[in-house]
Design a protein around this ligand. Structure first.
Ligand code: PEP
Length: 256
């Protein structure tokens, strides 16, 4: 059974005060959601690594915690890196892997992404694999091929028993932080493609949650979440405002 998920990626933003205020506000409002909504929805806060501990304790049972990146090793002489075992030790449940900012600014290849996915799954955590095409790739008609390649390579080593801990986030690079969002129809078409790719990989594709990310806001989330293959959102900028983020969490169709 796939889950509905709304994950807030704070990127390199935040402070001790913000954690206390924002996580406190979001938690309080999520605690007031209808029981049926709470059962079907995972709300995840993904702060910078230094604040994971505070988010875990502030988030209580209403909010899950993720980390934005881990190294492709579990321990050793890798100055500055943090491992997925450490993330689990600190109470994280989710790890973003292969966010486009990591791919573009830090040169993360699909091979490194695959190694990180393996570490995350071996640690018992849930991996959120981020994929998406650039504007040039979309305009060249390459979007589907690029996204399929990122999924096939990133998830190449997932074993049968690990698929229940895999989430895919489709984030067209041209929509991240730009205010431009894919139309609900275009996003749905890509999500259906992704499910097809997962099917070809012998994954239980109907059970894998596929999130959309890229300038999701309170005023466009409902249209996106109404699509049959869009199971939630990975939210950047709008996750730093409690009202906006909570309103995105409330944007799923009521009866589904
Ligand atoms: C992101 O960082 O994953 C993201 C989708 O950012 P934004 O919502 O700001 O476009």
């Amino acid at each position: 059974m796939r889950r509905r998920i709304v994950a807030g990626n704070w990127k390199m933003n935040g402070s001790k005060d913000l954690v206390q205020q924002l996580v406190g506000d979001i938690r309080e409002q999520v605690a007031g959601f209808d029981e049926r909504v709470k059962r079907a929805l995972d709300v995840i806060i993904v702060p910078p690594a230094l604040y994971v501990d505070s988010v875990v304790s502030q988030g209580g049972s209403e909010l899950a915690t993720g980390i934005q990146n881990v190294g492709q090793w579990q321990s050793g002489a890798y100055t500055g890196e943090v491992s997925s075992d450490m993330a689990r030790d600190m109470g994280c449940q989710y790890v973003l892997v292969g966010h486009s900012e990591r791919r573009q600014l830090f040169g993360e290849s699909d091979d490194v992404v695959a190694q990180k996915i393996k570490c995350v799954l071996d640690s018992g955590l849930t991996a959120v694999l981020c994929v998406g095409e650039t504007l040039e790739e979309r305009e060249a008609g390459e979007a589907e091929r690029v996204v399929a390649g990122q999924i096939q390579q990133g998830l190449a080593d997932v074993s049968a028993g690990q698929w229940s801990r895999v989430v895919v986030a489709y984030e067209p690079v041209w929509a991240i932080g730009t205010g431009k969002t894919a139309t609900a129809e275009d996003a749905q078409a890509m999500h259906a493609e992704i499910r097809g790719v997962l099917e070809q990989m012998n994954a239980p594709s109907e059970d894998v949650s596929i999130l959309y990310g890229g300038s999701v806001k309170a005023d466009n989330a409902a249209a996106l979440f109404a699509e049959p293959d869009i199971d939630g959102g990975l939210i950047g900028g709008a996750s730093l405002k409690a009202e906006e983020f909570v309103s995105i969490c409330r944007s799923f169709p009521v009866d589904a």
